[in-house]
Design a protein around this ligand. Structure first.
Ligand code: NAD
Length: 480
């Protein structure tokens, strides 16, 4: 059985830890490999390797570092089919989605930061009547990137690329649920000749390897994406060593649908925004707020479209809706459907386990589920499920919609559907979320700040924000 090893100092290394985890293919429920649960010696080996590589990596010119990023992007592109296949195997997402979204975006992450960093202001002067100040930004040293299982390589590289291009060396930990494409990235780095120790990839559980990284005194910053409760714990644990933190966390995103929207575009997009990747995208709409005048029509059309989604083997090109990424998560989502029923909800469509035949007969499949009849303080409307379960709620006025949209502790994203752009802007400015899409969803310009408000995030990723996060400012002052 394949063992997923750590990638340290430019090679795959035998683990010091004896502890191993099983890796499952969600589509089939079958164990396909084993993962090291890295211990303190494994982690220290990776941190020391990154520390040794820092002086020469940070001394390279920006253009040289950018060229390495471009070469990594090219090599992932050369192996895109392989990467897509393994991303789909690890996550249960349709292969078509891994091909069209995950892997292209991982490639773009490297290309984007390689180019964007060239326009970033790393130093400047401020001159007054009395002083000459030279301000500069330099890399932090060894930094750590921790990522979740839903968009594995996409989110892993979204952190690694800006960390590397700014001259840091990195110890990165992918999710223990979906480590395979991060594992393959090690081979890509070796192929393009990335100097040993610049990127180290360690595997393991959050409660072991993750905590060891967060507690490590030689690591200067943690860029984390994952659940809000994990983010809180990292915040506490990192406070001992005053690490810089970027925390991208959970969401409970509203889609606000007004009766004057472009109905067909809205309907098609809300199906996607609710159920892409089996609803396991942090930006997915999970609370669908619909103006009362079109509520019944929307309900009927939405249910009809969603119940027509093709659930199947992720490797089948016809599949639109794959497996849930782990058994634990599958059970959690099922539990939420039970809670909805206990809370008095009606399940309009879905709500059941989907049984497939053949190789997928033991996979973790749930039907896309639409629920109504709960008010906005219910658990289903307050807690992040992070799966294919959405609620419908009617609203009357713009004010009601804003109040409902803002009624959770989360503030990651929102979508607003109206042809009246003044209203769209008004509502956007009143909704507490880091990104608001009007008449679209998941349109991303990588230069823009990305992140959440309230319990959804601390700090912003993307564009200049990521480059600022991974650098430290210094001011050198001379009298004039
Ligand atoms: P998670 O918090 O369980 O795990 C995320 C990562 O953190 C994993 O690599 C895990 O091993 C590690 N980890 C866990 N405990 C840790 C600890 N104590 N110390 C250090 N590391 C630890 O999240 P998940 O279940 O993998 O992912 C789902 C969550 O991620 C959802 O809440 C989703 O909304 C969120 N998410 C947010 C964004 C965003 O951009 N805001 C994007 C994707 C996913």
């Amino acid at each position: 059985m394949e063992l997923i090893q750590n990638y340290i100092s430019g090679k795959y290394v035998d683990p010091r830890s004896n502890s191993k985890l099983e890796l499952h293919e969600p589509a089939t429920g079958v164990v396909y490999g084993q993962l090291i649960d890295s211990n303190s010696e494994d982690v220290q080996e990776a941190v020391s390797s990154a520390k040794n590589a820092f002086p020469s990596w940070s001394a390279l010119s920006l253009v040289d570092r950018s060229n390495y990023l471009m070469a990594i992007a090219e090599e992932i592109n050369n192996q895109a089919d392989n990467f897509s296949k393994f991303e789909s195997r690890d996550t249960g997402k349709p292969l078509s989605l891994a091909r069209s979204l995950d892997i292209p975006r991982a490639i773009s992450n490297f290309k984007f930061f390689a180019e964007h960093a060239k326009d970033f202001k790393f130093e400047w002067d401020l001159i007054s009547d009395v002083s000459i100040n030279h301000v500069s930004r330099s890399p932090l040293g060894v930094v750590c990137c921790i990522s979740p299982w839903n968009l594995p390589l996409y989110l892993f590289t979204w952190k690694i690329a800006p960390a590397l291009v700014t001259g840091n060396t990195v110890v990165a930990k992918p999710s223990e649920v979906t480590p395979y494409t991060a594992y393959l990235l090690g081979d890509v780095c070796s192929k393009v000749g990335l100097p040993p120790g610049v990127l180290n990839i360690v595997h393991g559980k959050g409660s072991t390897t993750g905590e060891l990284l967060v507690n490590n005194k030689e690591i200067k910053a943690i860029s984390f994406t994952g659940g809000t409760s994990t983010g809180k714990l990292i915040f506490k644990n990192a406070s001992d060593s005053f690490k810089k933190l970027s925390l991208e966390m959970g969401g409970k995103n509203p889609a606000v649908i007004f009766d004057d929207c472009d109905y067909d575009l809205m309907l098609e997009t809300v199906v996607r925004s609710s159920f892409s990747n089996q609803g396991q995208i942090c930006l997915c709409s999970s609370r669908i707020l619909v103006q009362s005048s079109i509520y019944e029509k929307f309900k009927s059309d939405f249910c009809s479209k969603v119940s027509g989604l093709v659930i199947g083997d992720p490797m089948d090109p016809m599949t639109q809706f794959g497996a849930i990424s782990s058994e634990q998560h599958f059970l959690k989502i099922k539990k939420y459907i039970e809670i909805a029923i206990e809370e008095g909800a009606s399940v309009l469509t879905g709500g059941n386990v989907e049984k497939l035949n053949g190789r997928c007969s033991k996979g973790w499949y749930l039907q896309p589920t639409i629920i109504e009849g709960l008010n906005h303080s219910s658990r289903l409307n307050q807690e992040e499920i992070f799966g294919p379960v959405v609620t419908l709620q009617p609203f009357s006025t713009e004010l009601d919609a804003v109040e409902m949209a803002n009624s959770t502790d989360y503030g990651l994203s929102a979508t607003i559907w109206t042809k009246d752009l003044d209203k769209g802007q008004r509502v956007s400015s009143s909704i507490d979320a880091g990104i608001i899409w009007i008449n679209c969803w998941l349109l991303r310009d990588l230069r823009t700040p990305f992140g959440g408000m309230k319990n959804s995030g601390l700090g912003r990723e993307g564009g200049d924000d990521a480059l600022k996060f991974f650098t430290e400012q210094k001011n050198i002052c001379l009298p004039k």
